[in-house]
Design a protein around this ligand. Structure first.
Ligand code: UGA
Length: 443
């Protein structure tokens, strides 16, 4: 089946590459000429395990092409995906200008029936806006060409996106049009061989499903972080509590890990956007607002623990803090809304120096913060510890799970760890002479 994907960002590129991988003939289009040139040369703009290999294979086998030519891209296929960014605007609502610009381009060039699929995360009601924009352009052209707008949100996790796409839990498709349903069924048929994963529903329900899923997961995390903070004061151990509640299948073990707050491009943005939607429809949504507020506060806990260990934030002036993990989670170089940033920025404001290590995100940190005297980036976790007064762990990369603690003590000037991911046993750390602070754990 021939397909066109607008946008070669994270979602668009993974979608295009994976749909080519199962045999479709895919054209990916972007307005960014440099990005398209790089992709043609086999350079992948994002770090995502497995993506480079499938892009290269499908380009070589001619199922995947990159272009900046809009007319050609719209002509190429009956099925057109919109997978461009929806950044938050000043008030936290999703900014739809890129989505609507693509809708307009499709309408300007479509020669016959088109299925226009929204893959970007967009507020409920966006499909109607897309349809209105397409209608307006077609009317201008005097071309009454039929089309359908479908909502098909993605549920990819960064760092596991290729696997998530190729083995989806579910495929959500919002449309009531029989013609569009038939195309969507054919398109996703390769993913439904073993059992049916597609759920057809109306467009608005599909749009809301995406936000509801992310908001639910974010709620689980903020809830656990709230419990962790209470456990700390009460003298309980949140890790025991986590196992205790996770054993109930109605609760489950997934996404109940307490930590230094959730980050990334999705949870913070989507919880905020859903909150804005509530405001716009005049619905009071205190739960959503609380999820966000708890997370904002949680991102400061590592700094607060360091400040309190050293007897107040004034005493952090001149201290050196090693930071392990800069990305918002392992297996990505993405630092958007990462807890490491809140920590580092607070440390700098307090006059401390940061010596950081991340297996892949150093370049991103350099891009964000440039050269500054209070940030040193190292290429090994141990190098970052030299002379440090404390270590803060922000991301649970595998290689942080069992370090050589004895060696580490020799490298650091004081044996202090604040662990935002609860990687170690407090009992063992205390026995080995560390000042160890986890999240929601007894000391
Ligand atoms: C999230 C969702 O998990 C995907 O299903 C969704 O498709 C995606 O957003 C999106 O909307 O595009 P992602 O942001 O890549 O995926 O990352 P997650 O693995 O969900 O982690 C998000 C944050 O929550 C991370 O900072 C992580 O450290 C934190 N987290 C996760 C916790 O603090 N505790 C947990 O138990 C789980």
């Amino acid at each position: 089946m021939k397909l066109t994907i607008f946008g070669t960002g994270y979602v668009g590129l993974v979608t295009g590459a994976c749909l080519a991988e199962v045999g479709h003939n895919v054209v990916c289009i972007d307005v960014d000429q440099r990005k398209i040139d790089a992709l043609k040369a086999g350079i992948i703009p994002i770090w995502e395990p497995g993506l480079e290999a499938i892009v290269k294979r499908n380009v070589a086998e001619q199922r995947l092409r990159f272009t900046t030519d809009v007319a050609e891209a719209v002509r190429h296929a009956e099925v057109q995906f919109i997978a461009v960014g929806t950044p938050p605007d000043e008030d936290g609502s999703a900014d739809l200008q890129y989505v609507l610009a693509v809708a307009e381009s499709i309408a300007r060039h479509m020669p016959a029936y088109r299925v226009i699929i929204n893959k970007s995360t967009v507020p409920v009601g966006t499909a109607d806006k897309v349809a209105a924009r397409v209608d307006a352009v077609l009317a201008e052209r005097g071309a009454p060409i039929p089309f359908d707008v479908v909502s098909n949100p993605e549920f990819l996790k960064e760092g596991a996106a290729v696997g998530d796409f190729l083995k989806p839990d579910r495929i959500i498709i919002g449309t009531r049009s029989a013609a569009a349903q038939e195309r969507m069924r054919e398109l996703y048929e390769p993913f439904n061989r073993n059992h049916e994963r597609t759920l057809f529903m109306d467009v608005k329900s599909a749009e809301l499903t995406k936000y509801a899923a992310n908001a639910m997961l974010a709620t689980k995390i903020s809830f656990m972080n709230e419990m962790a903070n209470m456990a700390e004061i009460l003298g309980a151990d949140i890790e025991e509590v986590r196992k205790g509640i996770g054993a109930d299948p109605r609760i489950g073990y997934h996404f109940i890990y307490p930590g230094c707050g959730y980050g990334g491009s999705c949870f913070p943005k989507d919880v905020q956007a859903l909150g804005r939607t509530a405001d716009q429809i005049g619905y009071h949504a205190p739960l959503l607002k609380a999820v966000e507020a708890v997370n904002t506060r949680q991102k400061t806990v590592l700094f607060d623990k360091l400040a309190s260990h050293f007897g107040g934030s004034a005493n952090l002036r001149g201290k050196t803090v090693a930071v392990w993990g800069l990305s918002f989670k392992p297996n990505t170089d993405d630092m958007r809304e990462a807890p490491s940033r809140t920590l580092m920025e607070a440390l700098w404001a307090a006059g401390a120096r940061v010596q950081a290590f991340d297996p892949v995100a150093s370049a991103e940190a350099r891009r964000l913060y440039g050269e500054r005297p209070d940030l040193q980036l190292y290429d090994s976790k141990y190098a970052a510890l030299q002379g440090a007064d404390a270590l803060a762990i922000c991301t649970e990369w595998q290689q942080f799970r069992a370090p050589d603690f004895e060696e580490m003590k020799h490298m650091m000037s004081t044996a202090v760890i604040v662990d935002g991911r609860n990687l170690y046993s407090p009992v063992r750390m205390q026995r080995d002479g560390w000042d160890y602070y986890g999240i929601g754990r007894p000391r």
